[in-house]
Design a protein around this ligand. Structure first.
Ligand SMILES: NC(=O)c1ccc[n+]([C@@H]2O[C@H](COP(=O)([O-])OP(=O)(O)OC[C@H]3O[C@@H](n4cnc5c(N)ncnc54)[C@H](O)[C@@H]3O)[C@@H](O)[C@H]2O)c1
Length: 373
């Protein structure tokens, strides 16, 4: 198969769809990889690294899109890429189509086979292509929180680990899923005093077992959240209710009672945030203050560490890329339920129910359209 890897065009997107390691495996398996010049540069993968393992470096995006049978990207195509859509094209990338009517229309009109990372589901029912970015954001949340606690950044000047004779800082993590456990790992590693709150007692049992007394767990209710938030130097929002906006568990009044110079990192901001005073920010202007509390609410935290994020993302996506390349899309969709779950648009039909419902369109299950199923 001819696989195309264009340079990302979305603002501030610095990841790339395939690493040199991925190219090597694809080329070894007999496939051709076209990489747009400098596509990996912002992730610290120079063209030469790709060239060495057999990629063909192509100077313009149009040639990559036109020659490729499958495009592997990171973010959804932007409008200047829509003219490249065509019936026999397979697109494998994050799509998040629900709010993107124009892109959805273009994919359907041109009958692109569009497979979205975010809806690929494994046998355990988890979303394996979202997990790595939660791991990155969770670990990063403590790092950025620690930096914002420094006086220069408006913080109260607390070193999370403390020093001998001085107690460590308090970190409160609301939500003990993938983001929460990764935040806890780093916070515990730094020597902070960590409290983790989740509504699932089973999850708290697992975390209690895992951390062997190095953090405290608390059941989620307004009383516990208020007490932990007001004691915190660093408060991390990490809840998720799949498919819904994040609940506002930390209210404006609670933020008002937090210590001056404490820091809030609301990782759940991409779902609206679980801290009432949180609003989306960017890497250019990541933080602001409310009631003397520093808020960091960047919606795409992994973009700050594109080398790690690209490696983490492609570790998860690559097995699917290889399967799609080896079998072709129809056979791969027919054979692999995870890939079938990822298909959002197929032969001019919408095949993802939540996207169809949010846009008021009809939909069909991909299995009813795919002859290989
Ligand atoms: N800002 C970013 O760059 C970025 C990057 C990655 C992920 N995220 C977001 O981070 C959020 C968390 O993702 P995740 O992968 O950890 O999700 P997850 O499903 O693994 O974990 C969510 C946790 O929230 C808990 N929860 C739900 N309701 C709760 C409540 N009322 N009180 C306490 N806990 C509650 C759940 O029990 C679960 O343990 C999501 O919104 C995700 O989109 C943001």
């Amino acid at each position: 198969m001819i696989i195309g890897v264009p340079k990302e065009l979305k603002d501030h997107e610095s990841r790339v769809g395939v690493t040199p390691a991925g190219v090597k495996s694809l080329v070894d398996a007999g496939h051709t990889v076209l990489l747009e010049q400098a596509a990996g540069r912002l992730s610290s993968f120079p063209d030469d690294d790709y060239r060495t393992v057999g990629a063909e470096i192509v100077t313009d995006a149009e040639r990559v899109w036109r020659r490729a049978e499958m495009i592997v990207k990171v973010k959804e195509p932007v409008s200047q890429e829509f003219p490249y859509f065509r019936e026999d094209l397979v697109l494998f990338t994050y799509l998040h189509l629900a709010p993107l009517k124009e892109l959805t229309g273009a994919l359907l009109e041109k009958k692109v086979t569009a497979i979205a990372y975010e809806t690929v589901r494994d046998r355990a029912g988890t979303l394996p292509l979202l997990t790595p970015m939660s791991e990155v954001a969770g670990r990063m949340s403590v790092q950025v929180g620690a930096t914002h606690l420094e006086k220069e950044r408006g913080g109260r000047g607390v070193l999370l680990g403390g020093v001998p004779g001085v107690p460590p800082g308090n970190v409160c993590i609301v939500g003990g899923g993938i983001v929460g456990i990764n935040a806890a790992r780093v916070a515990v590693g730094m020597g902070a005093k960590v409290t983790l709150i989740d509504r699932s007692l089973n999850r708290l049992r697992e975390l209690d077992d895992l951390f062997q007394g190095r953090l405290s767990t608390l059941a989620s209710n307004a009383y516990n959240i208020e007490r932990a938030a007001t004691a915190a130097d660093l408060l991390i929002g990490a809840v998720l209710i799949p498919g819904a906006s994040a609940p506002k568990l930390v209210t404006r009044a609670m933020v008002g009672k937090m210590k001056r110079g404490a820091v809030v990192v609301d990782v759940a901001i991409d779902q609206g945030g679980c801290i009432e005073t949180a609003r989306p920010t960017t890497h250019t202007n990541p933080s602001y203050e409310v009631d003397g509390v520093v808020h960091y609410c960047v919606t795409n935290m992994p973009a700050a560490v594109p080398n790690t994020s690209t490696l983490a993302l492609t570790n998860a996506t690559f097995p699917y890329v290889m399967k799609l390349a080896n079998l072709g899309a129809s056979a791969a969709i027919g054979e692999d339920d995870s890939i079938a779950e990822g298909v959002n648009a197929y032969r001019g039909n919408l095949t993802c129910r939540p996207v169809a419902e949010s846009q008021g369109r009809g939909w069909k299950h991909v299995r009813s359209l795919n002859r290989a199923s």
